[in-house]
Design a protein around this ligand. Structure first.
Ligand SMILES: C[S@@+](CC[C@H](N)C(=O)[O-])C[C@H]1O[C@@H](n2cnc3c(N)ncnc32)[C@H](O)[C@@H]1O
Length: 394
């Protein structure tokens, strides 16, 4: 048996015991949205315009208990979705979840992402969240996925970061030591882990971090096991992350949590330091950010297989474009809304008036005949992902 197969077997056993994520199964579509799973908003984020094609093929690689898969089906009404996972126990939950909520444009396969070439065709959107870092060979894994990505398609990845998971890694090793020969018995691992936390003194660093950051999710044994008794885990930093990305042969588009990667938030009060940082490469700047704010417990980002056309809206192209409200905002029409990240946004009177006219048929030029609004204000709305534009950007 190869190393990859040995690891896969252990990982499958963990998730057969503790299907993840353990979210409840509902008889209706799941509430709200995650913009990264909506093809329109993900594509708009990556290119600055709405995609022309909607009848796309989506792969959820390492779909787990199907929480993301179910969203992918409901948020993309013209898409066909394929979910794959190693663990039969987890797939059973995923199938039931989708069946119960009427997410029927989906098929599931018990298949490793290393064998993904067995699936026919290519995919326009591949979602691989929380999976590559649990494999024996993430580089081979990402290459296998890259080979199934259609030209101009998007690959969304989430992997662990070492800096923000320092205490978790210490706790994992402590549990493994105390488990000894019982390593691989995941229920025993959870028991030992919970006993350790119950015994540690109040001011202990591992316990404090668990309480401050993780305990809300970890009251479920599935989450606790996923975090502390995993048989296989690789944690990245910016340097090793970009080694993985470069090995994929794909192009890095950007992090899908861009607000974290904002140096202004850390050093904005010192123009001199910002100026120095401008001399760095993009990757060095990311490294600087994570060194100064070592909370990075994960990286989430989009890759593409070129060519992917990105919009560059000139004034004349903007005037001819058709704007519409993003499907991933909540509360509109109201001047106080939730944005794509569920953060509150207060729209100005002018923004509100403009957005109310965005019905998906009128051009910007049409709307500006009745609403006082500038093209720069529109660019700002678009940058905030509140509106999407269709047209020919030049
Ligand atoms: C932490 S869970 C993430 C589940 C889901 N993607 C999510 O974010 O909700 C990791 C999942 O990846 C699956 N997995 C791990 N290695 C895999 C591989 N080589 N091929 C396919 N699935 C794999 C596991 O069985 C598990 O269900």
């Amino acid at each position: 048996m190869s190393d990859i197969q040995k690891v896969s077997e252990k990982v499958a056993k963990l998730y057969d015991t503790y299907p993840f994520p353990p979210d409840p199964i509902l008889d209706e579509a799941p509430p709200g949205y995650n913009w990264r799973w909506n093809w329109l908003t993900a594509y708009n984020f990556c290119t600055g315009m709405k995609p022309q094609k909607r009848d796309i093929r989506i792969l959820d690689a390492g779909c787990g208990s199907g929480v993301g898969t179910e969203y992918l089906v409901h948020l993309n009404p013209e898409a066909y979705v394929v979910g794959i996972d190693l663990s039969a126990g987890t797939l059973k939950v995923a199938k039931e979840r989708c069946q119960r909520s009427g997410a029927n444009r989906v098929e599931f396969h018990q298949l490793s992402l290393f064998d993904v070439e067995q699936l026919p065709g290519e995919f326009d959107l591949i979602n691989c969240v929380g999976v590559l870092h649990h494999t024996d060979d993430p580089i081979r894994g990402i290459q296998a996925l890259a080979n199934k990505l259609a030209p101009g398609g998007l690959l969304h990845i989430f992997v662990y970061g070492e800096l923000g998971r320092w205490e978790i890694q210490l706790m994992q090793r402590a549990i493994a030591l105390l488990q000894g020969d019982k390593r691989g018995d995941y229920e025993d691992g959870v028991k030992v882990g919970r006993q350790i936390f119950a015994s540690l003194p109040e001011n202990n660093r591992l316990l404090k971090r668990e309480k401050e950051r993780w305990s809300l999710e970890n009251h479920r044994d599935e989450n606790f096991a996923d975090m502390y008794v995993h048989p296989q885990e690789i944690n990245y930093n910016i340097d090793t992350l970009f080694e993985l990305i470069d090995a994929s042969g794909l192009e890095f588009i950007g992090f899908s949590n861009p607000e974290f990667w904002d140096l202004q938030k850390l050093l904005g009060s010192s123009p001199e330091l910002i100026q120095r940082a401008e001399q760095l490469t993009e990757r060095q700047r990311y490294r600087l950010i994570e060194l100064l704010n070592p909370e990075t417990s994960h990286y989430e980002f989009f890759l593409t297989r070129p060519p992917l056309t990105k919009a560059n809206w000139s004034d004349s192209a903007l005037l001819a474009a058709i704007p519409e409200i993003s499907p991933c905002i909540d509360g509109f029409p109201s001047q106080t809304i939730f944005n794509y990240d569920y953060k509150i946004v207060n729209l100005s009177n002018a923004e509100f008036a403009f957005m109310q006219e965005c019905d998906g048929t009128k051009t910007v030029d049409d709307i500006l005949k009745t609403v006082e609004f500038s093209l720069d204000q529109l660019r700002h709305l678009q940058k905030q992902q509140l509106v999407m534009l269709t047209g020919t950007s030049r």
